[in-house]
Design a protein around this ligand. Structure first.
Ligand SMILES: [Zn+2]
Length: 471
């Protein structure tokens, strides 16, 4: 019986692979993600600092989505959503680091691996590492911080230079004559602490934009703090000026851009960019003092942490354009699956291929969740047309937001400074109904595997997560 079913599977896979090859000609997928990257700190989203000259060129020649949400503004939940095309409320990876990606869920890498792809990853953040089962489906999964026990070396290995060099070395495993590839490269640098290498770190200090962010930050006597100020251990170079930290954050983006350019040049030399669809995005943004929340993400459903960049780059195959319609990160996987010829929707996601190629884009509402509150009392948010609604069932969080339900006119107030619920009660009601319907909907996953083995995160991962302020 087993032999027969194996045989059928092999026949099915061979037929599928042939169909895939004939139809799309072995398209490769290169997914580049940069941790903690706010869309509005990139020049191609209107930022006045030239933080990303190389990415700007790719974005200009690609298809850029103007307004994109992560499903949860924290690394582990966000990547869980990206790789399973489902929400936190579906896969259960919610509100903190350290909840593993359930093995019952198929991942994008597993599907591509089963379809004959060589699957590779270099992941610089332990919060999306194998300790939390993000290696599911990858033939090669490199976690640079595990290569050393020395704290300084661990830090160096987490930087964009190391990420690029390790990725280029790993790329030697690819043989596109044998099989197409899916390569995920995750850069960590814009994550706090903002400490790019010497030659980059002062790139934007005292420039034209600097005085715009001039503001004294409260330094607390506690070690760490994110609300209303920062802890004394988080102070960098003795500075308490917000402008200094924002310039440093921007320098991290500039430094990462520099090494992404090197990555492209290296892959080009190896002939690995032919027939390759490149997807560029981030797992979440960063609160840079907005709403008195400093140098972190995850606590609130404001756009500072939810809104991320997204573009698709496939030169000569898809014409450059900018897409104004809203979208979400969990649509990336179904888009990839349609490009490789598998299916055009998956779990909660819908392929963006029609939108990318023909500008036939859906105008669906988009949803996200955020916060550390337990038992489904975290924040829920919806954006539809020009308005955004946040529900905050938790009393403490609600008092911070101003109310249990707040409405923002994102078009006219992108920084979400003014709750307009009294001016627009009808819009608030409509959005609340849509949000309630979404909360009640539930995904039934295709359970294809048993439960993950239970293991504790390795000591090297715990060290890295501590250094990043997760634990
Ligand atoms: Zn992250």
């Amino acid at each position: 019986m087993t032999r027969v079913s194996n045989f059928i599977t092999i026949i099915f896979l061979c037929t599928f692979l042939l169909a895939c090859r004939n139809k799309e000609g072995n398209i490769n997928i290169l997914l580049i993600t940069v941790d903690t990257l706010r869309a509005d700190h990139l020049p191609f989203y209107g930022y006045s600092r030239n933080t990303a000259p190389f990415l700007s060129q790719l974005a200009k020649d690609g298809v850029l989505f103007e307004y994109v949400w992560a499903q949860w503004p924290k690394t582990t939940p966000s990547f869980a959503s990206i790789f399973t095309a489902s929400y936190g409320r579906d896969h259960g990876v919610v509100n903190r680091t350290g909840i593993p990606l359930p093995c019952e869920y198929k991942t994008l890498a597993e599907i591509l691996d089963n379809a004959g792809y060589t699957t590779l990853a270099v992941v610089a953040n332990g919060a999306a590492g194998s300790d939390f089962f993000f290696n599911q489906g990858f033939d090669y999964f490199i976690e640079p911080w595990k290569k050393s026990k020395d704290p300084q070396e661990i830090e160096r290995l987490g930087r964009a230079e190391a990420t690029t060099n390790i990725a280029l070395e790993l790329a030697n495993k690819i043989d596109t004559k044998e099989s197409p590839y899916f390569f995920w490269i995750h850069y960590l640098d814009p994550h706090f602490p903002y400490d790019p290498p010497e030659t980059f770190k002062n790139k934007f200090q005292e420039d034209e934009l600097f005085s715009k962010h001039d503001k004294k930050i409260f330094i607390a006597k506690t070690k760490r703090r994110q609300l209303g100020g920062i802890g004394y251990t988080q102070v960098m170079d003795g500075k308490d000026n917000l402008a200094f930290y924002i310039a440093r954050y921007d320098a991290e983006i500039y430094y990462t851009d520099f090494w992404i350019k090197k990555l492209f040049e290296g892959l080009q030399t190896k002939g690995l960019l032919n027939n390759t669809l490149v997807i560029f995005t981030s797992d979440h943004g960063e609160s840079l003092g907005d709403h008195e929340y400093y140098f972190d993400h995850g606590r609130f459903a404001y756009d500072a942490s939810l809104r991320v960049p997204l573009f698709f780059y496939y030169p000569k195959k898809i014409a450059p354009k900018r897409i104004p319609e809203n979208t979400v990160l969990l649509n990336i996987a179904p888009t990839i699956l349609e490009y490789v010829g598998i299916q055009n929707s998956w779990n909660r996601g819908i392929s963006l291929k029609e939108c990318i190629e023909n500008k036939v884009c859906r105008k669906d509402p988009i949803f996200a969740e955020a916060g550390y509150s337990p038992n489904d009392s975290w924040q829920k948010s919806i954006k539809y047309e020009r308005f955004k609604l946040i529900l905050a069932p938790n009393k403490k969080v609600a008092s911070f937001l101003g109310d249990k339900m707040v409405l923002f006119d994102i078009e006219n107030d992108p920084a979400e400074t003014k709750n307009v619920i009294e001016q627009y009660p009808e819009q608030a009601k409509k959005l609340k109904t849509m949000l309630s319907q979404w909360i009640q909907s539930k995904l039934v996953p295709e359970k294809d595997r048993s439960i993950c083995p239970s293991t504790d995160p390795s000591s090297s991962t715990i060290k890295q997560l501590k250094a990043l302020g997760y634990l």
